[in-house]
Design a protein around this ligand. Structure first.
Ligand SMILES: *Cc1c(COP(=O)(O)O)cnc(C)c1O
Length: 346
């Protein structure tokens, strides 16, 4: 990190800590794609157990987890139902269309969370005219929704609605552990209604690379073929899996600190009269706010903040997103609050 820059652009900007690097250096390794990397195998088993699934596969990224899940669950022309803010729609290069050949039906949820009724209403009656409604996607936590936690009852009710209509349910669990830590609900309980689920290690958990996708043994067998086909099968990736195992041991409980920092930052945003929080309630580590009241565009405000050593990303004409993570402490959050006051205060 350059100087005392406070980087709130994403929880992906964290650097592996010295202890994490030591764990990586000490990893026992083998050829992953032959099933011979003991560190990868152990991570897969551990995450499968954590998520209450039969099997799991280590992948380079969360995006690959989502896209492989769609590839396994859907056939070209099938429809995937998700919130309109979902990462699979907004940030995967049109992957659902380009790779699985799936159509996407976008629901107008509340802060990224849709209801079982909205899902049921979107399911199409089987006919030769309509695409086959095949898969529902839940994003825990909802990123563009504002870090919103899907309540367990809603995940369960959406799972029931999906099953009642013959759909499968996939959970994009990029920040599932943030939800777990904040709510006290077990990861396996959130995952129980889902046919597939994954967790990211390169977000709040602070690893350089990696995500693990879990599901039934048959699902994971099919996922493995796509991993191979897409070039996601690796070799001595135990080096990377060791970082993930380290994060499971050391970086989960501390996510609560990121949530406290996000609330502190939200208070600082609220204190600036020209800024408006998207949501007064901050569920986890993401804080979205609007800067229309400053007369500046989000990009201009972001540039002005950068001059003061604070990096906050512009997400729209007047919308910005600040993300707390393990390389940001309370002093850094306070520095960000002061910079906001200085550039937008009045
Ligand atoms: C970051 C993110 C992804 C993609 O994960 P990568 O590991 O960056 O590919 C998917 N879904 C959500 C909600 C995310 O925030």
């Amino acid at each position: 990190m350059a100087g005392n820059q406070v980087d709130l652009r994403s929880d992906t900007v964290t650097r592996p800590s010295a202890a994490m690097r030591e764990a990586m250096a000490a990893a026992e390794v083998g050829d992953e794609q032959r099933g011979e990397d003991p560190t990868v195998n152990a991570l897969q088993s551990r995450v499968a157990a954590l998520l209450g699934k039969e099997a799991a596969v280590f992948l380079p990224s969360g995006t690959m987890c989502n896209e492989i899940a769609l590839l396994v669950h859907c056939r070209p022309g099938d429809e995937v139902i998700c919130d309109r803010t979902a990462h699979v729609i907004t940030a995967e290069g049109g992957g659902p269309a380009a790779l699985a050949g799936a159509m996407v039906c976008a629901l107008d949820g509340e802060a990224g969370v849709y209801t079982p009724d909205q899902l049921a209403d979107a399911v199409r009656s089987p006919s030769r005219y309509a695409p086959r409604s095949r898969l529902a996607v839940v994003e825990q936590t909802s990123n563009q929704g504002g870090g919103t936690i899907w309540p367990l009852e809603t995940v369960e009710a959406v799972g029931e609605a999906a099953r009642a209509h013959g759909l499968l349910l996939h959970m994009d669990g990029a920040r599932l552990f943030n939800a777990v830590v904040e709510s006290g609900v077990d990861a396996a309980r959130y995952a129980a209604p889902c046919d597939s689920v994954w967790v990211d290690f390169s977000k709040g958990l602070g690893c350089p690379v990696g995500a693990v996708l879990a599901g039934s043994a048959a699902f994971i067998e099919a996922a493995w073929q796509w991993k191979q086909r897409l070039g996601g099968a690796m070799r001595q990736s135990g080096i990377l899996a060791a970082a993930c195992a380290y994060a499971l041991d050391h970086h989960i409980a501390r996510l609560a600190e990121d949530h406290a920092s996000a609330r502190r930052l939200a208070d600082a945003v609220s204190a600036v009269g020209t800024l408006a929080l998207d949501q007064p309630r901050v569920d986890s580590n993401l804080v979205f706010f609007d800067c229309a009241g400053t007369g500046l565009s989000a990009a201009a405000l972001s540039d002005a903040l950068r001059e003061r050593g604070v990096l906050i990303g512009a997400m729209g004409r007047h919308r910005l997103r600040a993300v707390t993570h393990l390389d940001v402490d309370a002093a850094a959050v306070d520095a960000a609050g002061e910079a906001l006051q200085a550039v937008a205060g009045g």
